[in-house]
Ligand binder design. Structure first.
Ligand SMILES: *Cc1c(COP(=O)(O)O)cnc(C)c1O
Length: 432
């Protein structure tokens, strides 16, 4: 494709399309992509970018992977889709068996849906329906952490950080939830009573109203890329038991190895009642999410007034998505992924370290295959995005955070290029 074609596609896009979290009036520049293979995105004018985002943390095996391509092709010849009401198929059964085997034993019921936000909606509805079935319909509130992110639909949005989630824009249409201070005990440390004080006070005051506590375990992702101690989860589990509320882990960002354990819950001995998975589930090929729950929740709901869980997406357990998810999870497990994530962690840490010396940088941190440079001020995306493209990397910051969450197949040389670009671009931002 020529440079003219590149610009023409940009113009047609600008005329009609709305991009995520973007203005339709003064749309920021977008970059046409024609191909993605391995860890490289090819732009329509032939430029190649090293991908530092894994397409919003999904493409853990990189792009155009022969094993995943083959899984989609094989399933396509059998059936692309059938409804899940009254029917079932091997891809859904095998994927559910695999997810149940990889997660704690008590999580033994799997509900598939089509995106992370919907998996969170499903989790919230499970919690509310559970308490209704148990004869406690007053338990309808959710407790979430400040700086959290759980998705963009109404229920999910209601448990996102109220400030960064701009809750005031949606008025009374958004259910009002309860928010506890985000944990501050760093990974690898013990949390003290003071770290739990806010959560304990909320639960003590609202025990009769709280259906569930929802958290992103160990890593708060899109709400601020904050890392915290797994010990917090142990104490939170104890508090949830003490105040008789369910516990939901949203592992949509952390699942499938990103934090160095297969799931973030593996960092702690604290099992939730409900677990949300998404993003890397299909290796970035198809949109699919899963909500797992324990017998307490599934029996409670099923023995209640409705006698059924009241949810059922049209594209539930889509066979193409389940097949590629199975292939992706198996591909992950059959390679030394943990060594790879550790290597990426070390490469990100050493590559990003020079940024810590910059005056406008407040913090540099890494955990698993996540590397973060936190700045004092928000970055201007319109200036920053083209700078990264010029450097041959795809990095998409948000707010005050310039971060990388690359595919696990990224080699050390590419990581060096990626982190050098991040440090250099951040350095130029401080030059004014
Ligand atoms: C991305 C994300 C979601 C939302 O998933 P979508 O597929 O974008 O709807 C929910 N929770 C967490 C922790 C996420 O990172």
């Amino acid at each position: 494709m020529s440079e003219d074609a590149f610009a023409a596609l940009q113009a047609r896009d600008r005329a009609l399309l709305w991009h995520p979290y973007a203005s339709a009036l003064d749309a920021p520049e977008v970059f046409p992509v024609t191909r993605a293979s391995g860890v490289r995105l090819t732009l329509a004018d032939g430029r190649e970018l090293i991908d530092g985002m894994a397409s919003w943390w999904c493409a853990i095996h990189g792009y155009n992977h022969p094993t995943l391509n083959a899984a989609v092709r094989a399933q396509l010849d059998d059936m692309a889709h059938v409804m899940f009401g009254g029917l079932t198929h091997a891809p859904a059964v095998e994927l559910a068996e695999l997810l149940a085997a990889l997660t704690p034993d008590s999580l033994n019921r799997v509900f598939f849906s089509d995106s992370g936000s919907v998996a969170v909606e499903v989790a919230l509805k499970m919690a509310l329906q559970y308490w209704h079935s148990r004869g406690k319909p007053g338990k309808q509130k959710l407790v979430a952490l400040r700086n959290g992110y759980h998705g963009d639909t109404f229920g999910a949005m209601s448990v996102c950080d109220p400030v960064t989630g701009m809750h005031h824009l949606f008025g009374d249409a958004l259910p009002a939830q309860l928010f506890a201070a985000a944990p501050t005990c760093p990974p690898g440390t013990q949390c003290g009573d003071e770290d739990m004080a806010d959560m304990r006070a909320l639960l003590a005051e609202h025990a009769d109203e709280v259906a569930a506590v929802i958290v992103e375990p160990v890593v708060q992702g899109a709400g601020g890329m904050r890392f915290y101690s797994a010990d917090y989860l142990v104490r939170l589990r104890a508090l949830c038991d003490e105040y008789d509320t369910l516990l939901i882990y949203d592992e949509i960002a952390t699942g499938f190895g990103r934090t160095g354990e297969l799931f973030a819950l593996d960092h702690a001995d604290a099992v939730p009642d409900i677990l949300c998975l998404g993003k890397a589930l299909t290796g970035g090929y198809m949109t699919l999410a899963a909500t797992l729950c324990n017998g307490r929740v599934s029996h409670g709901i099923s023995s209640g007034e409705a006698g059924a869980f009241m949810h059922g997406p049209t594209f539930m357990a889509n066979p193409l998505a389940c097949s590629v998810a199975l292939a992706s999870v198996r591909l992950l497990l059959e390679q030394p992924w943990q060594d790879n994530v550790r290597r990426i962690e070390a490469d990100l840490a050493s590559g990003l370290a020079p940024a810590a010396g910059l005056p406008h940088v407040t913090n540099v941190r890494t955990l698993g295959a996540i590397g973060v440079i936190e700045l004092a001020e928000p970055v201007d995306m319109r200036t920053v995005q083209p700078l990264f493209v010029e450097r041959g990397v795809w990095v998409r910051p948000f707010g005050r955070l310039v971060y990388a969450m690359p595919p696990y197949i990224t080699g050390s040389a590419d990581l060096a290029t990626l982190t050098a670009a991040m440090v250099d671009v951040v350095a130029t931002l401080g030059g004014n």
